[in-house]
Design a protein around this ligand. Sequence first.
Ligand code: IPM
Ligand code: MN
Length: 359
Amino acid sequence: MKFNIAVLPGDGIGPEITQQSVKVLKAVADRFDHEFNFEEAVVGAAAIDLLGDPLPENTLKLCKKSDAVLFGAIGDPKYDNDPSAKVRPEQGLLKLRKELGLFANIRPVRAYESLIHKSPLKPENIEGADMVIFRELTGGIYFGEKSTAEDGRSASDLCTYSVEEIERIAHLAFKAAEERRKKLTLIDKANVLETSRLWRKTVTEIGKEYPGVKVEYLFVDNAAMQMILNPKQFDVILTENMFGDIISDEASVIGGSIGLLESASIGTENALFEPIHGSYPQATGQGIANPIASVLSAAMMLDHLGLKKEAETVRMAVELSIKLNVCTIDINKDNHYSTERVGDFLESVISDTEGHIVN
Ligand code: IPM
Ligand code: MN
């Protein structure tokens, strides 16, 4: 089959990890006889440097007409330390999510058997942990009205949600729970926030359409603690934009490295695939960044395009690399492989139809 894939490497380690995913996808195309057309465009700080705009018109156009978007990372410290900057790299990603209508961000989290002893958490607490976080992505405090008073002495970010915004992601999360262990945990702050109370009410109502799924409610502060104490209790987590951002970084500790966590951002027309980690500027150009989060995001892309067998092949290659410790320094301290060598290994496993490497 033929697909058009927009590639937005972005900032920091974005280009080097995305390059490995493209390599992997090319190997998939060769092995399974598909045609993937990759077209690159700038976004984030790289786009500001080049064109003064974190999401140039041509980049948005390309994403809109593509079958899927492969996204690297965004962010540059020169903006983080300048609170008065008018244009910021992150605006590129936020605008892209909004323009493409990517309302659901899906973030799977699992504990890999061979990495359990590398997590700072107790092995017995994380062994078998397997959850998927459904983070609302185009609403809430991220997108509410923002203002700073003229005298600079106060500022405001408004948090707003509508029933429709909650319903559309809730349905996706309930459907996923039906296919999994049939439990959905809504994370909110309904003891304080009006928007959270709307989430609870709406999700309770929708839950009636999915009688096989057990619904639980957790306040976000308690959820942050439970994520470390007993992550095995979670199956599908449903939550609003900012809580989802925070909880998913925390959950990455279970997997052993944030460099392993992939995500899919889904809308009605478009879909974008990106690691949950940031642009890791300190590591840029050193060949030490873990490409696996990006490669697993590419696997989610293959699933989304209906290429299940192909996605499974990529996941198997990743599992083999972890099992054999063909890994970057974040998980292989003693004898680490470079970003590129991990990519080369994955490519060779995927191309190895004779099973030389696997056996
Ligand atoms: C993420 C990132 C983004 C977010 C930033 C870069 C705007 O942290 O995708 O989790 O906060 O959503
Ligand atoms: Mn984040």
